[in-house]
Design a protein around this ligand. Structure first.
Ligand code: FAD
Length: 413
C-alpha cells in the first residue's frame, strides 16, 4: 500500500495524529501490533486535565524522599533492582523538578495543556462521542487541614498565573457534594474545568471509527520492521508492505523500539501504574473523579464500575508486575467509599511514557526527513492526545502550528 502518512501506534496519541493528518487531505495508515487503544490509553484514569499545568515532578523535600526511599507508600513504589538502569533518568528528572526549573517548564507546558479540553471536544463532536465525556471536573480530597490549605494556596497561584479555575470545599461542602464518602475528610479542591472519559478506550475507539469512516486504514504490523526507503519509509504489515512519505512514531512507552533502531538515544523511562474496577455497594454514588491526595490513589467512576488507579511505579517497562500499591490502596479506599467486589480477574498494568523534563517529544526527528515524534506524554497522554494530533497534523502539512512546538522538539536533549 502506498500512503502519504503512516502512524505507528494506535493509542490515543496515534489515533489523534491520524485524524488530524487525514483532515489535512493526507491518506493515512495507522499501524499497531495489536488492537487499538488496548494499552496505556485503555487503562488510565480518563482525566483530560485542564488544570495539569505543572507536570508531576519528583519530590524535593526530605520527608517525602525518605518515605519513598522506604518503599512502603501507596503513591510511589520502585524496584530496587531497576535503580542502576533508571538511576540516570531519575537524577535528571529530579534536577528538572527543582522549584525554579519546574516553574519554567510549567510555563512551556501550559501552552499545550490550555487547549486539551477544547481539542478533545472538537474531535468528540465529530465522532458523535460527546456522551463519553463527563463535564464538571475532578476533586483532590484532603485528610488534613494543613495539606488542604497548602493546596488551596497553590490553586490560587495557578489561577492567577494560568487561569486554572477551582472551588475550595471545606469538610461540610464536600460532604454535601459527595454524601457517600466517609466523613473523615478536611475538604477538597475541585478543579472545575477538566473533563473526563467514562470509558477511555471507548473514546479512543470512537475517534478510530471516525478515522476509518473517512477512508483511513487501520492495519496490524510491527514498528520494528520500519525501514528508511528514500524519499520515504517502508513497513511490513499483515496486509503487505506499506510505503509512506511521512512516518509518525506514536508508540507511547514503546517509542524506543523504533527510535533506537534509527540511532536516537533519547532519555526515556516509564512510570508504571495499575488499575482495578469495583462494583459499587448498594445505591452509593461517587459524583466526581477523586484523588485521595494524602494516600495516593485515584477513584474514577466509569462505565465498568469504580476504577481505582495507582500512582507511579519506577521499574523497567517489561519487568514482572508487582501491584503492591493496589493492595495497599484497596482497604483504605474501602474505608472511604463503599466499594463492593472486584470486577476484573486481575489488576491491569500500564506504563506512562516519561521524559526527564516532564514534557512530551512532539515534532520532526532531528536527523531523518519525513520522520515525526509524538510520545513521552507521561501522566497526560490521554489529556494531550488531541492537542498533539493537531500539532503533528499541522507540521506534516506545513501549516503554522497553533502552538509554538519549539519547547517539545527532540533535540532539546
Ligand atoms: C494508571 C494510569 C493512569 C493514568 N491516568 C491518566 C489520566 O487520567 N489522564 C491522562 O491524560 N493520562 C493518564 N495516564 C497516562 C496516559 O494513559 C498515557 O500517557 C497515554 O495513554 C499514552 O498514550 P499513547 O498513545 O502515547 O500510548 P499507548 O496508549 O500505550 O499506545 C501505544 C501503542 O503502541 C503500540 N505498540 C507498541 N509497540 C509496538 C510495535 N512494536 N509495533 C506496533 N505497535 C506497537 C501499542 O500496542 C499501543 O497501542 C495514566 C496512565 C496510567 C498508567
Amino acid at each position: 500500500m502506498q500512503t502519504d502518512v503512516a502512524i505507528l501506534g494506535a493509542g490515543m496519541v496515534g489515533i489523534c495524529c491520524a485524524l488530524h493528518a487525514q483532515a489535512r487531505g493526507r491518506s493515512v495508515a495507522l499501524v499497531d501490533r495489536r488492537g487499538a487503544a488496548e494499552e496505556t490509553s485503555y487503562g488510565n484514569a480518563g482525566l483530560i486535565q485542564r488544570e495539569g499545568v505543572y507536570p508531576y515532578g519528583f519530590p524535593h523535600d526530605f520527608g517525602a524522599l525518605l518515605r519513598y526511599g522506604l518503599n512502603r507508600t501507596i503513591d510511589a513504589h520502585y524496584h530496587p533492582s531497576a535503580l542502576p538502569r533508571i538511576g540516570p533518568f531519575l537524577w535528571k528528572y529530579w534536577r528538572h523538578s527543582r522549584a525554579s526549573r519546574h516553574a519554567e517548564i510549567a510555563r512551556l507546558y501550559e501552552r499545550l495543556i490550555r487547549h486539551c479540553v477544547v481539542e478533545h471536544d472538537a474531535l468528540a463532536v465529530q465522532a458523535g462521542a460527546t456522551a463519553l465525556i463527563r463535564r464538571g471536573g475532578w476533586r483532590k480530597l484532603f485528610r488534613t487541614e494543613r495539606e488542604r490549605d497548602k493546596r488551596f494556596e497553590e490553586a490560587a497561584r495557578w489561577k492567577a498565573e494560568f487561569g486554572v479555575n477551582f472551588q475550595a470545599l471545606d469538610a461540610k461542602a464536600l460532604q454535601e457534594a459527595e454524601p457517600h464518602l466517609a466523613p473523615v475528610l478536611a475538604g477538597a479542591l475541585h478543579y472545575t474545568d477538566p473533563t473526563s472519559a467514562v470509558d477511555p478506550q471507548a473514546l479512543a475507539l470512537a475517534y478510530l471509527k471516525l478515522f476509518r469512516e473517512r477512508g483511513g486504514h487501520f492495519l496490524q504490523g510491527n514498528a520494528a520492521s520500519l525501514e528508511e526507503k528514500r524519499p520515504g519509509w517502508s513497513l511490513r504489515t499483515a496486509e503487505g508492505p506499506v510505503e509512506a512519505r511521512d512516518v509518525v512514531i506514536a508508540l507511547g512507552p514503546w517509542a524506543d523500539v523504533a527510535t533506537r533502531a534509527l540511532g536516537y538515544d533519547l532519555p526515556l523511562a516509564v512510570k508504571r501504574g495499575y488499575h482495578m474496577h469495583y462494583r459499587i455497594a448498594g445505591q452509593a454514588k461517587l459524583n466526581a473523579p477523586s484523588l485521595d491526595a494524602e494516600r495516593g490513589y485515584f477513584l474514577a467512576p466509569m462505565r465498568g464500575g469504580i476504577r481505582l488507579t495507582t500512582g507511579a511505579e519506577f521499574a523497567l517497562r517489561d519487568a514482572i508486575r508487582t501491584p503492591v500499591q493496589l493492595g495497599r490502596a484497596e482497604p483504605i479506599a474501602r474505608d472511604l467509599f463503599p466499594l463492593a467486589e472486584r470486577v476484573d480477574p486481575e489488576p491491569w498494568m500500564g506504563s506512562r511514557p516519561c521524559t526527564p523534563d516532564m514534557m512530551p517529544i512532539i515534532g520532526a526527528a532531528p536527523r531523518h526527513p519525513g520522520l515525526w515524534f509524538a510520545f513521552g506524554h507521561a501522566h497526560h497522554g490521554f489529556t494531550l492526545g488531541a492537542v498533539t494530533g493537531r500539532l503533528i497534523g499541522e507540521m506534516i502539512a506545513g501549516e503554522t502550528p497553533f502552538v509554538d512546538p519549539q519547547p517539545y522538539r527532540a533535540d532539546r536533549f
